[in-house]
Design a protein around this ligand. Structure first.
Ligand SMILES: *[C@@H]1O[C@H](CO)[C@@H](O)[C@H](O)[C@H]1NC(C)=O
Ligand SMILES: *[C@@H]1O[C@H](CO)[C@@H](O)[C@H](O)[C@H]1NC(C)=O
Length: 397
């Protein structure tokens, strides 16, 4: 050997390389196991495609193959071409879809009231914006140098003023590349207090409320997703990512931004990220939460990210809208989003730092939160306390 130093260098280099491979190999599996994505599949000629596609017939994608259950949703999805358009004021159209559903489901009359209301209007998805009387409260479009990297789209309800204010004062504060919007239904409705003038004031003061004129009830939450997607297409088509969260969530924005910026482009392009449920099934206890009658839906839910908070790639917005026009309505917004992603051939990615059912005894412990990206539910008071503690330079964990 003419160069003993070279040999030494070479063996040191090889050791380092081995170490790097070992570290990468040992630090990947948990993320990859449930949803082998491009990051965890071994390098090969055909990495999993992050590109959405929408086949002419969605039955196979949505698992509706022979023998088909007789439940309404399954039958409907099998037959469905495109849901009728139009708004609820038109005769026929979307209302006719609901009336046909009611007529076809043998035990419709025994369904819980909210599910009956949902089905009757489920195909009606076009609602006008609710704007304060006397003007003002306009939500600005994304303007060219200021196109957000991350849009925080927070589902709230008109009466939840304190929850919205806590978000504005904590994790939703103005930050470079980040924009905050709240999604709400109408502040008035039959049998409810009229919050119109209070919400109008708030809307003028903050210009961050996207309101639409539909009844803001749990089974109408999918309308917020769909109307937001349509709004984005017109007013913010180039946003990179959208966080869909509830107003009782708490999000570690700087850590989330770091995570998103570090994603390989192939992952980022088809992103649907959150706390993913893969084995969920409809609950069959009448009167219980999330009850789904057997005559309405049979089978398991698609893999979906918990609606407490998840991220999607902005470029998927028009794809999701197209998918939604062809996926039969389902009452739970997060399951419905899962169905639409499945229709597009995209799988959710799970992240262990999204905890959408965080135990209440942890909610005020800043050390427990330090390595997390999103938790809920937190009260407005707990959000503010946690925010202060996290910014305290004295914090030792
Ligand atoms: C999808 O394909 C199945 C047969 O594979 C067919 O029976 C069904 O009607 C098709 N659905 C639509 C919407 O074309
Ligand atoms: C959703 O809102 C529409 C429009 O206000 C209403 O007709 C429908 O009954 C609401 N859905 C439910 C489940 O209450």
């Amino acid at each position: 050997m003419r160069c003993p130093k070279c040999l030494l260098c070479l063996s040191a280099l090889l050791t380092l390389l081995g170490l790097k491979v070992y570290i990468e190999w040992t630090s990947e599996p948990r993320l990859g196991k449930a949803y082998p994505g491009p990051r965890s599949t071994p390098p090969g000629p055909t990495p999993a495609s992050p590109e959405p596609t929408l086949p002419a017939n969605l039955s196979a994608r949505l698992g509706q193959t022979d023998p088909l259950p007789s439940a309404y949703w399954n039958q409907q999805q099998w037959r469905l071409g495109t849901l009728p358009g139009g708004d609820s004021t038109e005769v026929g159209g979307c209302r006719a879809w609901g009336a046909a559903a009611a007529a076809e489901i043998p035990d419709f009359a025994s369904y819980p009231e909210d599910l009956r209301h949902f089905l009757l209007s489920a195909a009606c998805r076009s609602f006008p914006r609710w704007l304060p009387r006397g003007g003002g409260g306009q939500v600005a479009s994304c303007e060219d140098p200021d196109v957000p990297y991350l849009l925080l789209a927070v589902k709230s309800e008109p009466g939840r003023f304190a929850e919205r204010q806590a978000v504005r004062e904590t994790w939703g504060r103005p930050a470079p590349g980040v924009r905050l919007l709240f999604l709400l239904g109408s502040p008035a409705g039959e049998g409810r207090p009229d919050l119109g003038s209070l919400v109008a004031w708030e809307s003028r003061r903050y210009s961050d409320l996207l309101l639409w004129d539909f009844l803001d009830v749990p089974f109408n939450q999918t309308l917020k997703d769909l109307l937001l997607l349509a709004w984005l297409g017109r007013h913010c088509p180039s946003v990179s990512f959208i966080l869909q969260a509830q107003d009782d969530a708490f999000v570690h924005i700087p850590a989330l931004l770091d995570h998103l910026r570090a994603l390989p482009p192939s992952t980022a392009r088809g992103l649907y990220l959150g706390e993913v449920f893969t084995q969920a099934k409809p609950l069959r206890k009448p009167g219980g939460p999330f009850y789904v009658p057997g005559s309405f839906f049979e089978g398991g839910y698609p893999a979906y990210a918990s609606g407490g908070g998840y991220i999607i790639a902005g470029r998927l917005a028009p794809w999701l809208l197209q998918a939604a026009a062809r996926v039969a309505p389902f009452p739970f917004d997060d399951v419905y989003t899962g169905l639409c992603f499945r229709a597009l051939g995209l799988a959710p990615r799970t992240h262990k730092a999204f905890l959408t059912a965080w135990p209440a005894d942890h909610t005020t412990d800043p050390c427990a939160f330090r390595d997390l990206l999103l938790v809920r539910p937190l009260s407005p008071q707990d959000s503010i306390r946690l925010w202060k503690q996290l910014r305290d330079p004295q914090l030792r964990c």
